[in-house]
Each structure stands twice: as structure tokens, then as C-alpha cells.
Design a protein around this ligand. Structure first.
Ligand code: 6V0
Length: 332
């Protein structure tokens, strides 16, 4: 009664290829944008979805499964039970209360810490060797919370952080200069949000350092123009939320971009939220914020020692203090 008649005298290849499994926790706008980007980019053999709402979760699972004829083969499973995540290589956490228009990211915190107490321990239990990628906001503090609740070494806990802010930044600079955003090397580090730090001193376009180029050509540039671009990055999440209610596509690509670097061992450098203690003069306490970090199959492989101006370093430490102050109120 089998569709295929088995061929005789076969033996499985040995050793069998390791399958890659990604779990996405939270099947909301962000979780589903991430899942669909992972599917189209062929990053996993199996995707497991978890959400607290069983009907919505099953609906999202079926809707994705129905695209199978157009996609690379990926097994898609879903359950409200964390058993479905067993053996994950990467767990991406997007579950959370939604940011309301005008609400600061920090206001979301207490609501989300309570959710994480029910999410992180079962993920760590079913996939003790997994890498945790936190997306839920406020992402830096929640990455710290996930690190604490998981008991994992810090190289296996990373927050999507300012990888998204940096891509918004590169888009705006590219738009301003009428070049391709992929040719713009620019990053924003620090807190994902209001106190993020734009690294103007290290921006280059096609390998040409921008600020020193302008200075050499004696082209005047307004500090206000630069600050305006950074402000537009900071405001962009609020703007999209006020217009469409949530953000999804850019964070979907951003998280899939990180997943690729990790699972395919790309050893690329991304501004992501990592344990920052000991870097750039941050030594007040255990704080996660975005630094240019190298990502690979081992998770966070290291932090790049980029040159920061005194002002940039000072802003970064202020960013760290902002996050630490919030963290100290959690009692973790
Ligand atoms: P959403 O569409 O409300 O989805 C959240 C999902 O989480 C819902 O489907 C809920 O049912 C589910 N959920 C709630 N509690 C639990 C639980 N205990 N276990 C499992 N699932 C649960 O929100 P949206 O997808 O728009 O945003 C999700 C989170 O991502 C929010 O915290 C956002 O602020 C954050 N973002 C972070 C970004 C970043 O760059 N780090 C970018 C965009 C959004």
C-alpha cells in the first residue's frame, strides 16, 4: 500500500546528515514574518512554532504548510506544548505583549518578564544545547532575563538588538546618497531604542570612509543632518507602528539574517545584543546591549574592537546605565 515500492538491499548512508531545527516562539506578526523568511531562504529542515493561542497557531501552521509546493522542503510543526521544540539548534523568541502606539519599549518590560518565566525554562529543558535569540521588547533587558532564566553560557544567548536599527540606518544613508544599501557599512550599537548610538566615525560607502572623505574634500556637512538621520532611525519603529499597527517585514529579514550567520557558521559581524561587561569600559554590571559581534555555529564568537570616539564611547556607557537601571528593578 506504499506509494513507492522500496528498492531491495539498501542501507542508510552513514553518518546521516544532521538536520537543522529552528523554533519560533510567538506566532504573531513578528514571529510569522521571521518564520516565512526562514522558509523562503531555506535555512532549516524543520520549523516548530509555539504560541499561547491554539487556534491562531494552527491556522498559521496550516497557512504556511499550504505553500509547500512553492518552497524548499521544510517540515512545519506547531503546538502550545514546548515538547514540539525538542532538539532545536536555534530558538527565536518573539512572544510578548504588543507595543502600543506611543508606549516606550521599557514600559513593556514587566508584562514580558512574567511571560519569559513560562517560556525560557522549557526551551532550555527540551533543547539544552540550543542558541537562544531574543526578539521580544525591550530586547536588551529581555535578553538578560533569558540568559538568567536559561542558565546558558553567554555565547548562546543573543538579542536581535540593533541589527534592525542598523539596517534602517543603512537604508536612510543609502537613500540620502542614492547608493545601494548593501554598499553602506554603518552601524548603530547600544540599546535597541531611544538611547542607541550611531557610529558616524566608522561609516563607509563602497570602502570609502564617509566623514574623512567629506573633510578632505572640504565639503561642509551639518552635524544636524547626521543627527537627523539617526533620529529618523530611532523614530522609525514608532512611525511604522502608528501607521500599520506593528512592524514585521524588516525584523523578519533581520532575524533570518542572524539565523543564517549562526546556523551556517558565516562568522559575519552583526550589531547584536550580547553580554557587554568588560567591553568599551562597561564594567558596572551584567548588561546586554548591542556591540559589533561575530556570529557563527558557536553563537557569539567574539566582539569586534571597533574604534569609538570619546563621545561615542561615552554615549554607549550611558546606554548601558539606562538598561542597568531598569534591570535592577527586576529582582532577578
Ligand atoms: P503580536 O502580533 O501581538 O504577537 C505576539 C504573540 O505572542 C501572540 O501571538 C501571542 O499569542 C503570543 N504570546 C503571548 N504570550 C505568550 C506565551 N506566554 N507563550 C507563547 N506565546 C505567547 O506581537 P508582534 O509579533 O507584533 O511583536 C512581538 C514582539 O516583538 C513584541 O515584544 C515587539 O515589541 C517585539 N519586536 C521586536 C523588534 C526588535 O527589533 N527586537 C521588532 C519588532 C517587534
Amino acid at each position: 500500500d506504499m506509494f513507492f515500492k522500496p528498492i531491495q538491499n539498501t542501507s542508510p548512508p552513514s553518518p546521516t546528515k544532521r538536520q537543522t531545527k529552528i523554533s519560533v516562539i510567538g506566532a504573531g506578526n513578528v514571529g510569522m514574518a521571521i518564520a516565512q523568511t526562514i522558509l523562503t531562504q531555506d535555512l532549516a529542515d524543520e520549523i516548530a512554532l509555539v504560541d499561547a493561542q491554539p487556534e491562531k497557531l494552527r491556522g498559521e501552521m496550516l497557512d504556511l504548510q499550504h505553500a509547500a509546493a512553492f518552497l524548499p522542503r521544510t517540515k512545519i510543526i506547531a503546538s502550545t506544548d514546548y515538547l514540539v521544540t525538542v532538539g532545536s539548534d536555534l530558538c527565536i523568541v518573539t512572544a510578548g505583549a504588543r507595543q502600543i502606539a506611543g508606549e516606550s519599549r521599557l514600559n513593556l518590560l514587566q508584562r514580558n518578564v512574567a511571560l519569559f518565566r513560562g517560556i525560557i525554562p522549557p526551551l532550555a529543558k527540551y533543547s539544552p544545547g540550543t542558541i537562544l535569540m531574543i526578539v521580544s521588547n525591550p530586547v536588551d533587558v529581555l535578553t538578560y532575563v533569558a540568559w538568567k532564566l536559561s542558565g546558558f553560557p553567554s555565547n548562546r544567548v543573543v538579542g536581535s538588538g540593533t541589527n534592525l536599527d542598523s539596517s534602517r540606518f543603512r537604508f536612510l544613508i543609502a537613500d540620502h546618497l542614492d547608493v545601494n544599501a548593501q554598499d553602506v557599512q554603518a552601524s548603530i550599537i547600544g540599546e535597541h531604542g531611544d538611547s542607541s548610538v550611531a557610529l558616524w566615525s566608522s561609516i563607509s560607502v563602497g570602502g570609502v570612509p564617509v566623514l574623512s572623505f567629506l573633510e578632505k574634500q572640504q565639503i561642509p556637512y551639518e552635524k544636524e543632518t547626521l543627527e537627523g538621520i539617526h533620529k529618523a532611525v530611532v523614530d522609525s519603529a514608532y512611525e511604522v507602528i502608528s501607521l500599520k499597527g506593528y512592524t514585521s517585514w524588516a525584523i523578519g529579514y533581520s532575524a533570518a539574517n542572524l539565523a543564517r550567520s549562526i546556523l551556517r557558521d558565516q562568522r559575519k559581524i552583526h550589531p547584536v545584543s550580547v553580554l557587554a561587561k568588560g567591553f568599551y569600559g562597561i564594567d558596572d554590571g551584567d548588561v546586554f546591549l548591542s556591540l559589533p559581534a561575530q556570529l557563527g555555529r558557536g553563537g557569539v564568537l567574539g566582539v569586534t574592537n571597533v574604534h569609538l570616539t570619546d563621545e561615542e564611547a561615552q554615549r554607549l556607557r550611558k546606554s548601558a546605565q539606562t538598561i542597568l537601571k531598569v534591570q535592577s528593578q527586576l529582582g532577578l
